[in-house]
Design a protein around this ligand. Structure first.
Ligand SMILES: C[S@@+](CC[C@H](N)C(=O)[O-])C[C@H]1O[C@@H](n2cnc3c(N)ncnc32)[C@H](O)[C@@H]1O
Length: 500
């Protein structure tokens, strides 16, 4: 494991429990008001206490990095630009195998150097470690390492990384301007007064927001991030197929399992632990969307807006061999989608048109029209699992553009929304709060919710056909529930306005 963003994301899960509210306010309020990416108005003493003190960091790491916990590895001192760690001599860290010891020293080197960098980023929450939005956070990534093992360690191993003035100035000046930092740091290991190993650790560090900026989307971190969230949804969906009236929905969940892969399965497990209703909710959304698709007479086109790793086109293939699927997503995601599709038998029989799109900037109706979409044919447009991640402005632009494509009277647009209280912080439902915290960890904070889709559709030149919450959906299916969480998520179907 590297001192990577993934690591920090794991740590984050614990931090949220440990940090009391004041730290959140500190980050949420003060930090966003300055121009620099560093928050120098926060004193070192406060920063040390709330963000980087050894006891806190050690505890966080123990809870979320099993190898570190097993070894009882500890951070024992942190100063600005300095970290000291301890890899104790104990059962877990010792055996006769050099590789075992070398691997643990490397692990320790990674975290020791990374901690030294973190200590310099005054007041900056680390992606995955502190409760924060992508807007404020730093991403840290181990790029390379070179470790020389000089002699066997025969006692507790102390790792030290002190950042020299040149590197310190470089880190501070580049990071504060929002530039990517690439820095190589020395980490020295000593045991019983003897140098045991010397490491050179190279890290990337940058404001996490830059991973999301247009034109920078091809960064490795960004690619990992979007794939992770699409895999997570696929992982949840893979758990969600079910039988009703003798019929399986998402019968080919094997496709979805392929799409999710082990990472998706793991993330789904974690998210589902936070929000046990998640599978039920995704199951309802899958089924409701599919019922719409099957209800459109002489359906000819399906548009998957933000297709991610939704395997619907492959599942529908046997029932609808002549359908044309238009898959829109970011280019990096479409690339991953193609990779997964290639693993599915006979996937090349599916008539799929992939259209790279950035919803933040592109006019999706124009893109579709340029790529063979015929708005006069019966069509289902599915905007699934997306609205909550885009601002109200982008959602309205997207909905208006999609409405322009519903020129056939049977064409429909399907959208899922979280309720307004979910995104505006008013919900008090503990499972929902826990789920939102987990989504923050993934860098997928919710920024939009809608309680009145009739009004929204009118604003966007469409007409609402149906809107129902997950709870209403299950009531209708004869599976009544009193669970208030199921009221927080709803599905809407739109069509062209009657006067058009
Ligand atoms: C949570 S996933 C949902 C995927 C799929 N609809 C499903 O239900 O499985 C959100 C999707 O939105 C895509 N996305 C995020 N930002 C985007 C953007 N700016 N432009 C286009 N697609 C974007 C992601 O790549 C991802 O595939």
């Amino acid at each position: 494991m590297g001192f990577s963003e993934l690591f920090w994301r794991d740590v984050c899960r614990v931090t949220k429990c440990l940090y009391a509210q004041p730290l959140f306010h500190l980050f949420a309020g003060k930090m966003s008001t300055t121009d620099s990416f560093l928050k120098t108005e926060i004193s070192w003493e406060d920063d040390y206490r709330d963000r980087v003190n050894p006891r806190l960091i050690t505890e966080l790491m123990h809870r979320c990095v099993p190898a570190v916990q097993a070894c009882n590895w500890q951070v024992i001192a942190v100063e600005e630009g300095y970290a000291e760690t301890l890899l104790p001599l104990n059962q877990a860290t010792t055996n006769q195998h050099g590789t075992h010891q070398a691997a643990l020293i490397s692990l320790s080197a990674d975290y020791t150097g990374g901690m030294a960098i973190v200590s310099l980023l005054r007041g900056v929450p680390m992606a995955g470690i502190h409760k924060c939005s992508t807007k404020e956070a730093a991403s840290l990534w181990l790029a390379a390492m070179n470790v020389k093992y000089k002699s066997p360690s025969t006692g507790d191993l102390i790792g030290r990384c002190r950042i020299n003035d040149i590197n310190r100035d470089k880190i501070l000046s580049r990071y504060s301007q929002g530039k990517r930092v690439l820095v190589t740091l020395p980490v020295i290991f000593e045991s019983n007064g003897e140098i045991v190993a010397e490491a050179e650790m190279t890290y990337f560090c940058q404001p996490a927001i830059q991973l999301l900026e247009p034109g920078k989307k091809t960064s490795t971190l960004f690619n990992q991030k979007i794939k992770a969230s699409a895999r997570m949804i696929a992982g949840v969906r893979a758990k969600a197929y079910f039988t009703e009236n003798g019929r399986n929905y998402r019968v080919d969940s094997a496709h979805t399992e392929i799409a999710a892969g082990p990472q998706g399965a793991l993330l789904a497990e974690k998210l589902n632990r936070a929000l046990p209703q998640l599978v039920e909710m995704v199951q309802a959304r899958t089924q409701h969307g599919e019922e719409l698709i099957r209800a459109i007479p002489r359906l000819q086109q399906v548009v998957n807006m933000g297709a991610g790793l939704d395997m619907r086109p492959f599942q529908l293939q046997s029932a609808y061999p002549n359908l044309t699927h238009f898959d829109l997503d970011l280019p990096e995601m479409l690339h991953e989608r193609d990779r997964v599709a290639a693993l599915i038998p006979n996937s090349s029989n599916v008539n799929r048109i992939s259209i790279p799109a950035d919803f933040l900037n592109d006019q999706v109706d124009e893109l579709l029209l340029k790529n063979g979409f015929d708005p006069t044919l019966p069509t289902a447009i599915i905007f699934e699992g997306c609205s909550m991640y885009f601002s109200s402005e982008i959602n309205r632009r997207m909905l208006t553009a999609m409405g322009n494509l519903l020129r056939h009277p049977d064409s429909r647009l399907w959208v899922d929304f979280v309720s307004e209280s979910v995104f505006n912080g008013q919900t008090q439902i503990p499972e929902v709060l826990e789920f939102l915290a987990r989504m923050d960890d993934l860098g997928e904070a919710f920024v939009f919710g809608c309680d009145d889709s009739a009004r929204l559709s009118a604003d966007c030149g469409m007409q609402l056909v149906e809107s129902l919450s997950v709870r209403e959906f299950y009531n209708r299916k004869g599976k009544p529930s009193q669970d208030p969480v199921l009221d927080q998520y709803s599905f809407s179907i739109f069509k062209q306005a009657d006067d058009q």
